[in-house]
Design a protein around this ligand. Sequence first.
Ligand SMILES: NC(=O)C1=CN([C@@H]2O[C@H](COP(=O)(O)OP(=O)(O)OC[C@H]3O[C@@H](n4cnc5c(N)ncnc54)[C@H](OP(=O)(O)O)[C@@H]3O)[C@@H](O)[C@H]2O)[C@@H](O)CC1
Ligand SMILES: Nc1ncnc2c1ncn2[C@@H]1O[C@H](COP(=O)(O)OP(=O)(O)O)[C@@H](O)[C@H]1O
Ligand SMILES: [K+]
Length: 493
Amino acid sequence: MKNVISSAQMRDADRHTIDTAPIASVDLMERASLAFVGAFMQLYPDRHVSVLVCCGTGNNGGDGLAIARLLQGHGYDAVTVWIARFTERETDDFATNLTRLHNTPVTVAEFLPADELPEIRQSVVIDALLGSGLNKPLTGDWLRLVEHINQASKQVVAVDIPTGLRANGIIPATEPTIFAHEVITFQRPKLSFFFPESAQTMDRFQVVDIGLDEAFIEGAPADFKLVEPEDIRLAYRKRKPFSHKGTYGHALIIAGDTSTMGAAILCCGASLFSGAGLTTACIPQEGLLALNTRHPEVMYCAMADLPDLWDRFDAIGIGPGLGRRVALFEKCLAYEPKPMVIDADALTALAHEQSLLDKLPARSILTPHMKEFDRLFGDHGTWWDRVRTAREQANARGLVIVLKNRYTFIAIPDGRVLINLTGNPAMATGGMGDVLTGMLVAFLAQGYTPEEAAMLACYLHGAAGDRLVADVGMAVVPATQVIEHLPAINGML
Ligand SMILES: NC(=O)C1=CN([C@@H]2O[C@H](COP(=O)(O)OP(=O)(O)OC[C@H]3O[C@@H](n4cnc5c(N)ncnc54)[C@H](OP(=O)(O)O)[C@@H]3O)[C@@H](O)[C@H]2O)[C@@H](O)CC1
Ligand SMILES: Nc1ncnc2c1ncn2[C@@H]1O[C@H](COP(=O)(O)OP(=O)(O)O)[C@@H](O)[C@H]1O
Ligand SMILES: [K+]
């Protein structure tokens, strides 16, 4: 897993790299700018595209000046630079790069406070006004310039972070920012990029390596971790030659009602296709024909038989489409504790009867989306607050809370939050959460820890959706398709 670090930690990593590499600070800026230009050229290969680089006078602005020079050197023949001289301060590396830029044909215009801003005629604006040094909301001339850029409706590519956006996760709704179509960020994504509020300020980001000391970054204390493909490869256990169905556990799915039988069937299918040795469904009997038709491999257990059969199961998933049968949930909490995944209607039951939270088996996995989360733990005005509550609850109660979204946050009992990067908006279709629940139960049944199960299930669920978009070209991915692609995704590990 990779650490997501704060701006202060990034500055430390910057200083540490300068001291120990060793490398001069201005050379590190050059490296960052080269990395930015490499990524920019992929986005805009046409050397005749007109580019306006808007620079502040800090190091983000210094990057902008170096980028302008490098683009010109690569044959971009219509590069213009604007410098916002709204403060008398400038950094040394900014000054060095301004001197270097003056030795090129790039046109440079400087703007003082209250100067009139000309119309922006270029097609692409590179935002190098303010970066991770932002320490207050934009006001005055900065705000005027940012609004001017936004109103010009050009393609905007931000250097490191869109001007005005706070890096560390708290994104006040009222603070103005530049809107960037693309952010090319240095070394690590900034924590804010994973919070849904960042959609107001950017479409996409990509990370470029600028050669900061990785060992130093990974040694820094970090509450947020990015799940990497390598983590999945290491955690995933390939099936052994002499293994049999008993090796891979028995998953029980308690789900489904008359109008929501599909949720149960999706959940069972996901368990089956994620490798549980056996999957049993506790569904209303009226769903049996559908279940047997769709997944003849899945067994059935009547509600009344649950207490007698309980010992057979290695992991339980409860909630998808449970509807009027939700009282079953409380009953299950009275049986011997088993690894458990609690989703959908069972989460709503928890929200209505909070005392049940204390009865959950240790290290149960809860899989709320935003609304279910707020129903359970109270309304939250911001995602930062929501994630903070998830951390506190996971830590205080020893739970794994899978807070689902574009980037799913997995809050684990030790206080850390794992961020899952896979998945895409084509997956924003009903039933997708039921699939995730089935996968989680299957991994628990196979003996993975709840943390491992959460990491594997979230990653593979999103990876299957990504594969269907990238390789098959699907614009919308139905949940049944994700299920069917799971074995192929697992097979690639
Ligand atoms: N690993 C790395 O870290 C590397 C970093 N690099 C680059 O450096 C960038 C960070 O540069 P930076 O620290 O010089 O700050 P930057 O964002 O240019 O701001 C300048 C100054 O603006 C001010 N200010 C703040 N908020 C304000 C506001 N709302 N309205 C008005 N003014 C405001 C504040 O000064 P103050 O007002 O506090 O005096 C601040 O110091 C980083 O994003 C990346 O691009 C790479 O070159 C190499 C590797
Ligand atoms: N835009 C998106 N990007 C990535 N993943 C998404 C997106 N929209 C939905 N998902 C994933 O799909 C699942 C939806 O879960 P949920 O809302 O519980 O669905 P349902 O209740 O219909 O089964 C979650 O795992 C979520 O992370
Ligand atoms: K910027």
